[in-house]
Design a protein around this ligand. Sequence first.
Ligand SMILES: [Zn+2]
Ligand SMILES: [Zn+2]
Length: 227
Amino acid sequence: MSMLVMERDQGEIIAARLAEMLAVAPATVAMTLKRMERDNWIIGTGRKAIHLTETGRQAAFSITRRHMLTEWLLIRILKVPLPMVHDEAHGIEHAISPQLEERMREILDDPKVCPHGNPFPGFESFTSNWIPLVDIPAGEKVIIRRIHEFAEDNPELLEFLINNKILPGSHAKILTILPFNQTIAIEVGGAIITLGFATARYIFAERSERDDLISADQGDSQFSPDL
Ligand SMILES: [Zn+2]
Ligand SMILES: [Zn+2]
């Protein structure tokens, strides 16, 4: 899944970056990549840029869809709290048959993004108007829409965002941007939160005219994004 996201966002898969993201030794990644190339999921190992083959891409699409549907199932039906659903879904997604996947899609109203706001494969255009917080000018009012897959994969960061109500559906205002400090300050849920550029790059929002909701208690609105 990280490979799919990396190829989607950066145009190629870089082994060194993969090792860093997954916090495993480069040799372990190299071995996994060799095996994936043998199974015809990827091409280009041993060179700098690695790409998914059509077979690999379809397999990655399929597991990503099951992961995202499982996240919704956990939240909506089993009422599992948001901080837990990404990791729990990893344990379940491999056991879901195509028939079950179809049934989940129907019951869950055919979602186009996961509970963190990341697009289902093939629905990337749903998120294309959402802008990284780091690129929004000070003074703008926004609705948070998406916590990028790379942030979703970082439990400490995800917990920080959730504790501070930086979640899909939350209304926020960009207060200050300090390039020399590499930070932005935003107001959300009545509090002022400082984020580093490195984090703000992975939080996407949509511009909004409403400011009456920025300091309000926003309850659970984030679990039913109006999409
Ligand atoms: Zn996830
Ligand atoms: Zn998700």
